[in-house]
Design a protein. Structure first.
Length: 130
């Protein structure tokens, strides 16, 4: 088995595509528009299935916001420089909800940002693999 994608409902599809591609460096992989069913999808990620998991951004026609609820936590991304990524998000109009710094009780550098719909994204500093 493999994790293929995670779906997030979004209030403005293009705004979310811009956030994940422009500020977090993902690629727009494909889109699907289903006017008869009144929804549109955009798949974004750093690569395609099955080698890489993707995010499925779902826009339901006429719905501009959702309640987060208490069960959802966050998605996590490994990045080379957490502080620089936070600055890129902030410079692009995004929100940093926890500044870069060590995780409580440890040394791993993390930060949190929020996407345009309020979903939390944890940034975890990773060594370069190149």
């Amino acid at each position: 088995m493999r994790l293929l994608h995670t779906m997030l409902r979004v209030g403005d599809l293009q705004r979310s595509i811009d956030f994940y591609t422009g500020l977090l460096g993902m690629k727009l992989l494909r889109t699907v528009d289903r006017p008869e069913q009144k929804y549109s999808l955009a798949f974004v990620g750093y690569g395609t299935n099955p080698e890489h998991a993707e995010l499925e951004l779902t826009y339901n026609y006429g719905v501009s916001s959702y309640e987060m609820g208490t069960a959802y936590g966050h998605i996590a991304l490994g990045v080379e420089d957490v502080a620089a990524t936070c600055e890129r998000v902030r410079a692009g109009g995004g929100t940093v909800t926890r500044e870069a710094g060590p995780v409580k009780g440890g040394s791993t550098v993390i930060a949190f940002v929020a996407d345009p719909d309020g979903y939390k994204v944890e940034l975890i500093q990773r060594e370069s693999t190149t």
